[in-house]
Design a protein around this ligand. Sequence first.
Ligand code: FE2
Length: 385
Amino acid sequence: MKEVKNIDYGLEKIFQGAQDFLPLLGTDYVEFYVGNAKQAAHFYKTAFGFQSFAYRGLETGSKDSVSYVVKQDKIKLILTTPLNSKSPINEHIVKHGDGVKIVALWVDNARKAYEETTLRGAKSYMEPTIETDKDGEVVRAGIYTYGETIHMFVERKNYHGTFMPGFKKWESDYNPSAIGLKYIDHMVGNVGWGEMDIWVKWYEDVMGFENFLSFDDKQIHTEYSALMSKVMSNGNGRIKFPINEPAKGKKRSQIEEYLDFYEGPGVQHIAVATNDIIGTVTEMRKRGVEFLSTPPDEYYKAVPLRLEEHNHHLGEDIEKLKNLGIMIDADEEGYLLQIFTKPVEDRPTLFFEIIQRMGALGFGAGNFKALFEAIEREQEKRGTL
Ligand code: FE2
């Protein structure tokens, strides 16, 4: 039997402060282009506990598209669908299926964010645009990142309304309770073969981010599949964007599968934080969210040793974690609990991660290895490895 070893995180450096030409206050919203926003909004309310927040559509004067905004603590999702065949949103949906179009970043000065990034080579998506209503003004400006994905800078310091001009408050009679999702911990992008370092450099040069952690295919692999990943972080650490690219294995990398079905680079998963992963995942399972299969017993047997290696003590009941399929990873600073949903649309593309950090700064890379090694040990017992 192979021993589960402490994974080398490749921790290059703890972030020491990047150039601050692009101060980011946090994630503002994530906008999805979807085939049916009404039904998508119902799904995120029912299954993920998001609350009705804002609406834009025919009733508010929007002739071409409808958007529902749902909110849970600091997380805001916009679900947008076109109302006719002429809307350019259709092309995005035809090509990619339902997916993330805009990762909006909250800034104090959207014009400056746009100027600084375009000056450093960002391709423009939307020049600084002021939108106003009786509650004030919002300034937005957008640039392209990988694939057809957009970073929108949102300046809302002079706005006091519900969400943004053009939207009205969305009041619904259907209000399933929240499930404890707090904020977006990180959002992962998948890019093509050999493109990871190009986008790492783009985030460094254009956005002033730094490479916070790196994982190579020696760390994230099984006998059959591999991937490489570099985590980019902004100066204050509030925004973390890991970038993945596929690596060669005996079989098709999971990243390659995403690229095939999304038909290009895009957002692979959104990790949302909770303070009570047992409560959150119990509720999600009850509400029909599907998760990746539960790791085998072998995996959980190895957990105490993995934590001991870092002198951490698990504060949760391991039986409960096991019953829910929640995985545990540890690093120098602490441990983390995490679980991955299955893709939330029919194409095997975007999925969610639920994460509870108990001090750990990592992203659960130890779980890939531990999980896959545990599976392989099971195979070994069955003589099928
Ligand atoms: Fe993640």
